[in-house]
Structures are given as C-alpha cells and as structure tokens.
Write a protein that binds this ligand. Structure first.
Ligand code: RIB
Ligand code: CA
Length: 307
C-alpha cells in the first residue's frame, strides 16, 4: 500500500532533488505539494515547483501556495542567491508552464487533506514550519490525525549552517518551529546531525549529463551551481549534502536513520535565534535523527532520482 504524503517545500535545489526522488518512488502517493519561502520567495518556489513537476511528468499533483510572511507577520528573509541561484534552481533553465497553484491556501490544504486521510498521512517539510504551524493553529485536531511530520531542519548535536547555532529552515521562522515542536504532533527531525553526512559527489554529474535527458541535464546544471557554492565554504567536500532528499528517504525507509526520542525547544531571539535544543525524553513527541546509513541511503537515492 502506498504511503499518503504532502510535501512542503521552498524549491530550492535540494528540494528539487527531494521532489524528483519522491515522484519516482512508487511507495509514495503524493497528494499535493505546498510551498513556502526560504531558498527563494513563495512566488518563485511555487513557479519552480510547478515547472519541476511538469518536467517530471507529474502535472496531476496539485500545488498550494503558502503565505509570504513569517508566523508572527515579519517580512521574509532575502533569498539565498549564492547557494540556489537567481531563480532558486541554480539558474538551471526549466520550461515555463501555464499551470498555476490552486486557489486554496497551503495550510487549508493540509487541514482538509489530513481530515480526508485520518491516521494515514505523513507530512514532509523541507523548509520553514510556517504552513504546518498555521494549519495547527487553525485546526489543532490534526495533531492527532497525522502519522508523522518528517522535517528537514535543525541541528541538535552539531553547529548550524546559517549561523553558528541555527540551521536555515528553523532560522527562517523560529516561532513557527517552536510552535509546531511544542504542539505535540508526532515528528521526526532530519537535521544537519545526519544530512551533512549524506554527500552527493560531483562525479555523479557527468553520469547525469551522459544520460542527456531534459531531467538529467537540468539536475546536473542545478547541482553544479549548488556544489560550487558548497566548494566556497567546504572545499574538501567535492559535492553537496542531500539535506531535503534524506527526508524523503526516511519516509520511504525509516531504517536509513537511527533516532532518539526527545523534546526540542527553539530559541526565538538573540544571537542563538533558530537554535534547536534537544533533551532526552522517552515520552517526547519528537524523534531526532542522530545517525544515518549513508551508503545505503545514497545508493537508494541515486537509483531513484534520475532514472
Ligand atoms: O539547511 C538546509 C535546508 O535549508 C534545506 O531544506 C535547503 O533547501 C534550505 O531550505
Ligand atoms: Ca528546502
């Protein structure tokens, strides 16, 4: 039986890899994709998602736009052009599409979909927690109807990436993260603790270019840009981390990771803003990923992302 999922993204190069991995995974039934800001604006993340789904032949998957402000009504951060390019996809060129996002908002789509599939739905978020926080604020019943929220975000046992303390997805809307983490909704945190161990090597790009399909060339172009950005901060890496794809990996096979049950708090102010502080708690609602079977996951990802 397929697993019902909603993907919540700020597409984004590694979100694009996660989307391709998910669309090519027959075990997943993607009921819709919701968008938010982070790597780029909501408008561009939505456009990128629609264009990517077209390229993936998945135009039947509806897309729902999030709100262009944080949970507390602050303006959104500047897009991270040097990591994800001017267009959010490493400046790779994608065909334009006439398709638009649906009229319903991202958080309303989450609410209605959870009610249609009670106890049979997993939400994968690879961006800030704003859409989920708004959904829970509007209808807290969904807390008890969701199987799991698997999120890329946080750095519980390692330093941050956007500041020495904070991981980018949490930093972009720390109040939203703190709200969802304290809500009691079941969660699996796929943070930098594990994602930085999963590496896509630059040598893969030549293989992808060799395939010479629109998808393989596009993925190679966007990852080349992303890896160049990584090279500026971690020159010895010779590749990039598979942050968002690991979230999809965990939805497909939870044995890719080892977890510990915790409560997690988020610092919302000061120099540690966005920091995720975990505390062991066998009765907590959050499973924090602490280790990953790197080789098995990366092989699985590579077999799926660009068939
Ligand atoms: O810190 C990595 C995360 O921030 C990824 O989700 C990336 O796409 C950005 O959103
Ligand atoms: Ca992302």
């Amino acid at each position: 039986m397929r697993k019902n999922v909603i993907l919540d993204v700020d597409t984004g190069v590694d979100d694009a890899l996660a989307l391709a991995y998910a669309v090519h995974s027959p075990e997943l039934h993607i009921l819709g994709v919701t968008t938010t800001f982070g790597n780029t604006s909501v408008r561009e993340a939505t456009r990128n998602t629609l264009q990517l789904l077209q390229m993936l032949g998945a135009e039947d998957i509806p897309v729902f736009k999030g709100i262009e402000e944080t949970l507390t009504g602050c303006t959104t951060p500047d897009k991270t052009t040097w990591i994800h390019g001017e267009n959010g996809l490493g400046d790779a060129q994608l065909l334009s599409t006439e398709r638009q996002a649906e009229d319903m908002s991202a958080h309303d789509f989450m609410i209605s979909t959870v009610h249609k599939h009670p106890n049979d739905i997993t939400i994968l978020t690879t961006a800030n927690q704003g859409n989920l926080a708004r959904a829970i604020q509007k209808d807290s019943e969904i807390i008890h109807l969701v199987d799991d929220v698997i999120l890329m975000g946080g750095a519980v046992t390692v330093p941050g990436n956007i500041t020495p303390y904070a991981e980018a997805n949490i930093y972009h809307d720390p109040e939203a993260a703190q709200f969802t983490f304290q809500s009691g909704i079941p969660m699996t945190i796929v943070g930098l603790d594990v994602t930085l161990k999963t590496l896509l090597r630059r040598t893969v790009l030549d293989e992808w270019r060799g395939k010479d399909t629109p998808l393989s060339c596009c993925l190679a172009d966007m990852c080349n840009f992303y890896m160049d950005a990584y090279a500026k901060i971690e020159p010895e890496l010779n590749g990039c981390a598979l942050h968002d794809p690991l979230t999809v990996g965990v939805a497909l096979d939870s044995s890719f990771v080892q977890t510990k049950t915790m409560t997690v708090n988020v610092k919302t102010t000061g120099k540690e803003k966005g920091r995720t502080i975990g505390e062991d708690n066998p009765n907590g609602n959050i499973n924090v990923c602490l280790d990953v079977d790197v080789d098995r996951f990366v092989e699985h990802f590579l077999n799926r992302v660009n068939p």
